[in-house]
Ligand binder design. Structure first.
Ligand SMILES: [Fe+2]
Length: 289
């Protein structure tokens, strides 16, 4: 082969390999968008500004990682693809990012006092552009934003895309499932930072509106909760807002209705009777497909 032919052959191959490499990189840029390892590392960095010895902060960190597991459980149960499974986990990692500032500023978790943690999370992530620390590409920004904004609202807002609705539903279910774990395992003083009163909890009554709503399979509106027992019933009422059958099954299999109801000793006769009605009503609902 003479020298010219050799140079020609080399340049054809060079271009071919260059193009193949370019196509390969483009292709994978489209697929590997969510680096959960990097996101978790940057989440830990974000937490450096908060008191990691504070019981409320600890509770929310543990909750975040547990919600990630529950989102994965639901997404896999729904047979979603890897991209959506990873996206649901990333949303779970970030869904309560506003909680840490809320605890720092108010030492409480009550949104109705003025600090709305989901709205705050959306603000720091998207207005202050913190989101780019957790995911390089902006392809999923709207889905993440809508899922975080809607995760704690009474209802999912209207006019969302199919994908946005799907991820809103997953995070709402995963968050609720882990709330049952928190209510089973945490001390009351951490669960109700400002409301807990060990001297009164066993003697309290249920507010009429709360009882009526739960017996009608309705979620309890946060502002309707007056007593500590109302707060407790509100958690039980989460079952009426679960979106997926796999989530209902999870609550049933873990026996969370009995666990929660039996965690308090009801010394008020009327409350005791009503709690038995709630137990029956909730368990019946979980049996329905
Ligand atoms: Fe949460």
């Amino acid at each position: 082969m003479n020298r010219n032919k050799l140079v020609e052959k080399y340049s054809i191959n060079k271009n071919r390999y260059y193009n193949r490499d370019k196509i390969f990189k483009e292709k994978w840029k489209g697929v590997i968008m969510i680096n959960l390892e990097k996101a978790e590392k940057n989440f830990k960095d974000y937490l450096k500004d908060y008191d990691l010895n504070n019981g409320n902060i600890k509770l929310k960190i543990k909750h975040t990682y547990e919600v990630m597991k529950k989102s994965e459980y639901i997404s896999k149960g729904l047979n979603l693809n890897k991209e959506d499974i990873d996206l649901s986990k990333l949303i779970a990692l970030l869904h309560d990012i506003g909680r840490f500032e809320q605890v720092k500023q108010t030492n409480d978790f009550i949104d109705s006092t003025g600090f709305e943690h989901a709205n705050y999370g959306v603000k720091v992530l998207f207005e202050e552009n913190l989101i780019r620390k957790f995911i390089d590409n902006d392809k999923y920004d709207n889905i993440i934003k809508k899922a975080i904004y809607n995760h704690n609202k009474y209802k999912i807002e209207d006019n969302l895309s199919e994908k946005e609705i799907l991820h809103c539903k997953i995070i709402r279910d995963a968050d609720k499932l882990d709330n049952f774990r928190v209510k089973e395992t945490e001390e009351f003083k951490n669960i109700f930072p400002s409301k807990y009163n060990p001297d009164t909890i066993n003697y309290e009554s249920i507010s009429p509106k709360v009882y009526e709503d739960i017996m009608n399979h309705k979620c309890i509106k946060l502002d309707d909760r007056q007593t500590q027992i109302d707060f407790w019933i509100c958690v039980i009422g989460f079952i009426f807002d679960l979106n997926f059958n796999i989530s209902k099954q999870y609550i049933k299999e873990k026996g969370y209705i009995d666990i929660l109801i039996d965690r308090i000793e009801y010394k008020n006769k009327e409350t005791k009777e009503k709690m038995e009605q709630i137990r029956k009503c909730a368990k019946q609902y979980l049996e329905e497909e």
